[in-house]
Design a binder for this molecule. Structure first.
Ligand code: CA
Ligand code: CA
Length: 133
């Protein structure tokens, strides 16, 4: 009887930790032209630089010469995943050799499905936008 109780407790715990999948797609633009860029799909934990529990990279790719990208990833997390996207690119940087990284939150309603960003204009400076030279 006791083992049955333990077994059902384990099943219950597994039920809470479910796998969430997210797919994000779009086309990267700069100055009205399609451009290549590095696209990374992250899952937020305690920040990219955290030593204890860093954010996880779920997928990473370079968009095509036509700017097309599609990244997909999944993770098990007790209270669901908090995915976001970063795009590293050279759109309107201060000088040659600099790179900008722009961060795009992924609305929760798209978790379990697809977030179609369609046209991603890298000219726009988003709230979390870093430039490194
Ligand atoms: Ca998380
Ligand atoms: Ca995580």
């Amino acid at each position: 009887m006791r083992s049955l109780v333990i077994a059902s407790a384990i099943l219950l715990a597994l039920d809470v930790v479910e796998t969430d999948t997210i797919t994000v797609s779009g086309i990267t633009f700069c100055n009205k032209r399609r451009v290549e860029a590095e696209v990374t799909l992250w899952e937020q934990d305690r920040g990219q630089d955290s030593k204890i529990d860093p954010d996880d990279i779920l997928a990473s790719m370079k968009s095509s010469k036509q700017g097309a990208f599609e990244v997909s990833g999944s993770e098990n997390e007790a209270n669901g995943i908090e995915p976001y996207l970063t795009i590293t690119h050279t759109c309107n940087v201060k000088e040659k050799g600099c790179k900008r990284t722009s961060l795009y939150p992924i609305p929760e309603k798209h978790i379990g499905g697809r977030y179609e960003m369609t046209y991603v204009s890298l000219d726009i400076v988003v709230e979390d936008d870093k430039e490194e030279c």
